[in-house]
Design a binder for this molecule. Structure first.
Ligand code: FES
Ligand SMILES: [Fe+2]
Length: 350
């Protein structure tokens, strides 16, 4: 397996599937993730369901013309009915019984305006963590996420390229034009989470402003970031593979309120625009690097990079399909430089 094939393997974990507001009760939506065709629908009672898309009768795609009844979906082709809970066949309109066939059911959880899906590389791994809760999502001093803070793009770079930014402290100066290389307050792996916390200086019209960033990366799908100093901001950056070549990159951004409307204004809007411009949109500072980068597994990491980027790469390996024991790397993570433990509670983002 080449380095780039390795880095494109799917990882076990929670992934962003869609925003809650995109699926009203009774609505149906076709999706494609992890090389599979899927159908999302919301039961009439409000529960979101995610199933394999193709009807087990004659293969119609339930995402195109399927209709919701209760917590089931009715196939547009011959109206066979499938349970969103169990995937089981629950009705054949022209037969007095059901058949023992069922659709694959994908585990979902819905929080903070996001529906997450669980992917297991073996098909049988149970969740070992939950997606991070966003403290700002229920904070009335922040604008609502949807629709202005919710933006996505389809990308072709390996998802880990973007996530390695969590551990890449020095690129803040070179790519994002911070005044200095931020000082690391703490970071490292903690089970299924990788954490960094750093403080640096960002040039503004009024001179340098001290900015602190916390990043909490959970699995290979989701990172919760909080920015303090410029304008209160929280963000879920999520990348969900469509297949081994393409992914959906979603930014969910909560910004502090400046007025009583639901639409971010002024500085708050500028934060969203700037995050999208740098990371999400083609040609942005980060995007242009990721779009054209190659993956070097045995990168010659130097200095602090070994305990930041090197530690991140070593940690990320645990989630992938190829997570068999790896040969020793040329740049091992030094065991004698422990990081502080991440905080277990979040302080309010003000
Ligand atoms: S293909 Fe779905 S009911 Fe026949
Ligand atoms: Fe970046």
């Amino acid at each position: 397996m080449t380095d780039v094939e390795m880095i494109r393997q799917y990882g076990t974990g929670w992934y962003h599937a869609f925003w809650s507001e995109e699926l009203a009760p009774g609505a149906v939506m076709p999706l494609r993730y992890f090389g599979r065709d899927l159908v999302a629908f919301r039961g009439e009672g409000g529960q979101a369901h995610l199933l394999d898309a193709n009807c087990q009768h004659m293969g119609a795609h339930l995402g195109y013309g399927g209709e919701v009844v209760g917590d089931s979906i009715v196939c547009p082709f011959h109206n066979w009915e499938w349970s969103g809970e169990s995937g089981a066949n629950t009705k054949i309109p022209y037969l007095d019984r059901c058949i023992k066939k069922s659709l694959g059911v994908w585990r979902t959880t819905e929080q903070d305006g996001i529906v997450y899906m669980w992917f297991s590389r073996t098909g049988s791994e149970e969740p070992t963590y939950t997606p991070p809760r966003v403290a700002e999502a229920e904070d009335p001093t922040f604008y609502p996420l949807y629709p202005h803070g919710a933006n996505r793009a389809e990308v072709t770079f390996p998802p880990q390229f973007a996530f390695e930014n969590v551990a890449d402290i020095s690129h803040l100066r070179t790519v994002h034009k911070w005044s200095d290389v931020p000082a690391l307050n703490g970071g490292g792996a903690d089970g299924d989470m990788f954490f960094t916390d750093f403080t640096g200086h960002v040039p503004t019209r009024d001179g340098d402003v001290t900015v602190r960033v916390e990043n909490y990366q959970w699995g290979l799908g989701v990172v919760y970031s909080r920015l303090h100093g410029l304008h209160p901001t929280a963000q879920i950056s999520a990348i969900t593979p469509i297949d081994h070549d393409r992914s959906v990159y979603s930014l969910s951004i909560w910004v502090g309120r400046l007025d009583d409307t639901d639409e971010p204004k002024g500085r708050a809007k500028a934060v969203i625009d700037e995050q999208c411009k740098q990371a999400l949109n083609a040609g942005g500072n980060d995007r242009i690097i990721w779009d054209n980068q190659i993956y070097i597994e045995n990168a010659p990491l130097v200095g602090d990079e070994r305990r930041t980027i090197g530690a991140f790469r070593a940690w990320a390996r645990r989630f992938r399909e190829d997570n068999a024991p790896q040969p020793p790397k040329a740049t091992p993570v030094p065991a004698d430089v422990p990081f502080p433990k991440p905080p277990t509670t979040y302080v309010p983002n003000r």
